[in-house]
Design a protein around this ligand. Structure first.
Ligand SMILES: CC(C)(COP(=O)(O)OP(=O)(O)OC[C@H]1O[C@@H](n2cnc3c(N)ncnc32)[C@H](O)[C@@H]1OP(=O)(O)O)[C@@H](O)C(=O)NCCC(=O)NCCS
Length: 177
C-alpha cells in the first residue's frame, strides 16, 4: 500500500466534495435533521464550496495507491472561539476527514502530520481546530500531536445552534513527535 499526500487544486473539487460529504454523513448525521445535514453539506462540502475554499486555503488529499481516501484543510482561523482569541497570524488545521472504508489504517495521523509540516504553517504562532467534544478518537489524535483544549464554539446548522464543539490549540514551539 503506497500512501501519498498532495495539495488539491480546482480539478479536485468533486473528489473533495465526495470525501467530505460521505465522511460527514457517516460520522455526524445521526441526530441531525435532513435540512441541517443538507445545509452543512452545501456550505462546507459541495464542489462549489471547495472551489471557493481553494482560493484562500490549502486542501491536502491523502491517497492510497492513487485512490483518494481523506482530506485536511489548512487556512486562516475562522472559528468564533468562546475563550482565548486567535492572533492574526495563527492558522487552523481543520476538517481532517478519512473515508470510513479507509479509517484505522494510520491515514488520519499520517495526513495530520503532513499538514503540521506544511510550509504555510511554519510561521504561525499557534494552530487551531474545532472538533465535536464527543469525538473521542479525533480528540485523542489531536492531543497526541500536542493540541490542548482551550475553549468552545457553537456548532450551527441550518441557522440553529445544534451543539457545542471543543476548540483546541497547538503552540508553534512544539516539535513534531
Ligand atoms: C478521526 C479520523 C480522521 C482518524 O483517522 P484514522 O485514519 O481512522 O486514524 P488513524 O488510523 O490514523 O489513527 C489515529 C489515532 O486515532 C485513534 N483512533 C482511530 N480510530 C480509532 C477507533 N476506532 N477507536 C479508538 N481510537 C481510534 C487512535 O488514537 C489512533 O492513535 P494511534 O495512531 O496511536 O493508533 C477518522 O476517524 C475520521 O475521518 N473520522 C470522521 C471525521 C472526523 O471525526 N474528523 C475529525 C474531526 S473534524
Amino acid at each position: 500500500m503506497t500512501v501519498t499526500v498532495r495539495e488539491a487544486g480546482p480539478a479536485d473539487a468533486e473528489t473533495l466534495s465526495e470525501i467530505g460529504g460521505v465522511t460527514y454523513r457517516a460520522s455526524f448525521a445521526d441526530g441531525m435533521t435532513e435540512a441541517q445535514v443538507a445545509d452543512v453539506l452545501a456550505r462546507k462540502f459541495s464542489p462549489e464550496a471547495y472551489r471557493a475554499a481553494l482560493a484562500g486555503n490549502v486542501l491536502l488529499l491523502v491517497e492510497v495507491d492513487g485512490v483518494p481516501a481523506g482530506l485536511c484543510q489548512i487556512g486562516p482561523v475562522r472559528i468564533a472561539v468562546k475563550g482565548p482569541q486567535p492572533g492574526p497570524r495563527d492558522r487552523s488545521v481543520d476538517t481532517l476527514y478519512v473515508l470510513p472504508d479507509f479509517q484505522r489504517r494510520g491515514l488520519g495521523r499520517h495526513l495530520m502530520t503532513a499538514a503540521l509540516a506544511h510550509p504555510s504553517l511554519q510561521d504561525a504562532p499557534a494552530l487551531w481546530l474545532d472538533v465535536w467534544e464527543e469525538n473521542d478518537r479525533a480528540v485523542a489524535l489531536y492531543e497526541s500531536l500536542g493540541f490542548e483544549r482551550v475553549g468552545t464554539t457553537e456548532f450551527i446548522a441550518d441557522g440553529v445552534v445544534v451543539g457545542e464543539d471543543l476548540v483546541m490549540r497547538r503552540e508553534r514551539q512544539l516539535s513534531l513527535p
